[in-house]
Write a protein of this length. Structure first.
Length: 192
């Protein structure tokens, strides 16, 4: 490999470059395309903000726009009546056997009953007819995960999930009936 001889020449033209290497380096950097990471970051941030605003707007339009003030009062009344009643306790006493797994079963039963009741009161539309299958789902396995390591290992978790799964259909039916009854009573009271 051949090296260029390093010589320092004084430029007679009065230029600011003291050597050929400095001139070549200067020319190289002038020709180099300037990377603009700030502009890219700003574009990404702008896209993220626009996407966030679009999602927030869709949420506000779709979910918040559903309830009229009357529907909001139906939902509040439904939740208050359904959660405060003794029905959950009585139903779970029927579902769960009185043995060593009673506590796990009762916890699962209460979770399933209250969760599906709250879902019905919060999400049921006033014009939807009731079908035989409950349209609202409860994550009984997720609710009973705390029993996964309690001895006897699968038995307590299974008792919890069994209590939860056993009560969901009847709790859903009861909550739907209660919601429909509240809607019907309020619609009759407003008519002349």
């Amino acid at each position: 490999m051949l090296r260029r001889p390093i010589t320092i020449k004084q430029s007679s033209s009065g230029g600011s470059y003291s050597s050929r290497w400095e001139k070549e380096a200067s020319d190289y950097w002038k020709q180099m395309q300037v990377d603009k990471p700030r502009i890219r970051k700003r574009v990404y941030v702008a896209i993220a903000v626009v996407a966030l605003l679009a999602i927030g707007g869709m949420y506000a339009f779709v979910f918040q726009g559903q309830d009229t003030p009357a529907e909001g009062s139906f939902r509040t009344k439904c939740t208050a009546q359904a959660v405060q009643s003794k029905w959950h306790q009585e139903m779970c006493n029927k579902v769960c056997p009185n043995n060593e797994f009673n506590e796990a079963c009762m916890n699962g039963c209460f979770f399933g009953s209250l969760d599906v009741t709250k879902q019905v009161c919060a999400n049921r539309t006033t014009d939807t007819p009731f079908s035989q299958l409950c349209p609202f789902q409860v994550d009984c396995a997720g609710a009973c995960v705390e029993y996964a390591s309690v001895r006897p290992i699968p038995a307590k978790r299974n008792a919890c999930e069994g209590g939860c799964n056993a009560v969901v259909p009847s709790a859903c039916k009861r909550a739907v009936d209660m919601f429909d009854h509240i809607v019907k009573d309020n619609s009759y009271s407003r008519s002349p």
